[in-house]
Design a protein around this ligand. Sequence first.
Ligand SMILES: O=C(O)[C@H](CS(=O)(=O)O)OP(=O)(O)O
Length: 235
Amino acid sequence: MNHIEVCFSPDLIHLHELEGKIVVVVDIFRATSTMVAALANGVKEILPFADLESCRAMESKGFKIAGERNGHTAPGFELGNSPVAFLSGNYSGIRLAMTTTNGTQAIDKSQGAAEILIGAFPNLEATVAFIQAKGKDVLVHCAGWKGRFNLEDSLYAGALVKSLESTHLADEDGALAMKSLFEREGHQLKTYLSQASHAKRLQNHGIDADIDFCLTLDLYDLVVKVNEEGFLVQV
Ligand SMILES: O=C(O)[C@H](CS(=O)(=O)O)OP(=O)(O)O
């Protein structure tokens, strides 16, 4: 049987072994939900950046640029970090360069894994099926918030642990705790996560539609991975 463990913040990733594992990066509010929405709605590939300047520079290379800090579109960027923005409009075939407060930092810190997947509730079951076909150990890397634990990424980790229980043993405390939390609260994701500090911050930004989208299960039969050139693509 394979194993599954959970890292609750990019600041703790040094405590985990990445080599040989599938790392699933998750930033429910909103980066990884937005990445899944973008690729499901025509975007060809996404190049993630940890910093604003490197991302901004990609505009002159033919990329659309998406930049967000503290929940707002960064100055000079065409797009921010809204999944709903990709549900309308024509993004067919575009290349996107993207940087966000937490999510793209977590991707950056996942280098060294056998494979890096992008996890979100709208593609949970597709991700589960892909992992089960691979037969590798899994590390869920929660983006958290500025180095801190957050409820929504951790609850996704619990959903993944629960969905993989027939093939992946959860024998460390973080994975066991999040599985229990998901078993208790997973039937009422939206109600439970409305109290999350991140959801409250975003509600103050008037983006309830984004939050609803981010907490919708299995909208897409789509797996997103980081390819050898560092692009996020559909598998
Ligand atoms: O845009 C978001 O939802 C957040 C903003 S913040 O972390 O709450 O300031 O960024 P993300 O990288 O998606 O966590």
